[in-house]
Ligand binder design. Structure first.
Ligand SMILES: [Zn+2]
Length: 454
């Protein structure tokens, strides 16, 4: 049934939006692509997808996507929104020579320097960047020890203002105070359980090296009581492995498994130095792994054993780790670093795209419990529309090349989250982004000054 011009459907009274005329990449199981297709959105879900020739002739709103690629909104499986105001900042003293020093000299000072207002600005600016690059779901890992209580509510407000889906957690650690962040996780998990389908929570922890046995045990018990999955860094650098062995006489994945934190809803970030039988633990427990190639390269770290994890059937996804808003660029970085390190131009191209398009989809489906990541009737209406005129054939056999070499470079013209237009003609609709950025400069100076005084 065609919708009326007022945008309300005759039967359901839900607004409709018709995206028409673009190259529609559905990412369904059959790999369906339509060179001139339409997507009809009704309310917050996708109602129909097909060739433009048979599209409905009316809808509440029509988006002309000619000259564009229309695809499911992208998903970022590991972000640190709190890191936003560090752009351009160099910590005082000698440059950090290893990962432990990067944490101590930069990130563990940045997070302590943040006020609640800084947390909001950091989140809102980074989320505005994310949706401008077609991202509609962000799984975040947060720390702000000077304003821990309520900080996840502040971030949730930024998600609401921009309009995309989020999964939040607070990284518990003992580095400032024993068990810092436990209450914030518990409070937010309890509240989020009954809330919007666009907001979810995991139980966050920093990393094995900053967690005592007591804290780990307590988090495991509370998380299981709440039916929560966990989100934690694992084996990002040797320091995590070494400190865990020296302090606890244990290996990382043994600790997490013994604390009851492995399982299908738990997300482990990095995994760079996991031993083969620790990867087996991820596989046996159906736990998820997320790799962050640009961040790892930036920190001078080794390459994550992604291909080995895929061989074991582990669900592996991609994140930015706070480095950048561009998700397609992470897939590109992943295959490039694999080829450079292995000296083999045959490896990791398809796998990198699979992590972005299938791994992140599967992770988000586990976390949100819906069918996002595909343009198909019944799926949430999360859609990215990228301006893109191909100058070589674009079809199912060439699509990944266009994704990693072409779409990687462009910003979305429209981004829709659950049927709502959050980017319109390249501009974020939920707030005044340029005013937000201008106001943030003074806040960044404040953060930097507080760090210099530490
Ligand atoms: Zn991280």
């Amino acid at each position: 049934m065609a919708a009326k011009r007022d945008g309300k459907d005759d039967m359901t009274d839900q607004p409709t939006t018709l995206i028409t005329g673009g190259t529609v990449v559905t990412l369904d199981d059959a790999g369906t692509m339509m060179p001139d297709g339409y997507v009809l959105i009704r309310g917050d879900g996708i109602d129909a997808v097909g060739p433009t020739a048979v599209a409905p002739d009316r809808a509440g709103r029509i988006i002309d996507a000619r000259g564009c690629v229309v695809m499911p909104g992208l998903i970022n499986a590991h972000h640190h929104l709190y890191s936003t105001l560090a752009r351009g900042f160099s910590p005082p003293g000698e440059p950090a020579a290893n990962f432990q020093q990067i944490l101590e000299r930069l990130w563990w000072k940045v997070d302590r320097a943040l006020t609640a207002e800084d947390v909001y600005l950091s989140a809102a600016i980074a989320l505005a960047e994310a949706v401008r690059f077609g991202c509609t779901t962000v799984i975040d890992h947060h720390a702000s020890p000077s304003c821990c209580d309520g900080s996840l509510d502040v971030i949730e407000r930024a998600f609401r203002d921009i309009g995309l889906s989020g999964c939040l957690c607070y990284e518990v650690s003992d580095r400032n105070a024993d068990g810092e962040g436990i209450e914030e996780n518990v409070r937010f998990l309890r509240r989020t359980g009954e809330g919007s389908p666009m907001m979810r929570a995991l139980f966050g922890l920093h990393a094995s090296m900053t967690l005592s046995d007591e804290t780990l045990k307590r988090c495991g018990e509370l998380g299981r009581e709440l039916g929560a999955g966990f989100h934690v860094h694992v084996a990002e650098a040797e320091c995590d492995v070494d400190a865990t062995r020296e302090r606890f006489g244990a290996r990382l994945m043994d600790r997490f498994r013994d604390a009851g934190m492995t399982g299908p809803r738990s997300l482990f970030a990095h995994g760079i130095h996991l031993e083969p039988d620790e990867l087996d633990i991820l596989a046996e427990t159906d736990s998820m792994l997320v790799t962050n190639p640009e961040s790892n390269m930036n920190n001078g770290l080794a390459v994550s054993p992604v291909l080995e994890a895929l061989d074991r059937g582990i669900t592996v996804g991609l994140g930015t780790d706070g480095m950048a808003p561009r998700m397609i660029a992470q897939a590109r970085a992943l295959y490039l670093i694999h080829r450079a390190v292995r000296r083999d131009p045959r490896v990791a191209f398809v796998e990198a795209a699979d992590l972005l398009l299938k791994g992140n989809r599967d992770i988000a489906r586990r976390v949100f419990g819906d069918q996002r990541g595909v343009l198909a009737p019944g799926a949430p209406a999360d859609v990215a529309v990228f301006p893109y005129d191909p100058f070589t054939p674009l079809d199912g056999s060439t699509w990944l090349g266009h994704l990693l070499f072409g779409l990687e470079q462009v910003q979305a013209r429209w981004t829709l989250c659950r049927g709502t237009v959050v980017v319109e003609e390249g501009r974020v609709t939920g707030l005044d982004e340029s005013a937000l950025r201008a106001g943030a400069v003074d806040h960044a100076r404040g953060v930097w000054n507080r760090i210099r005084a530490m």
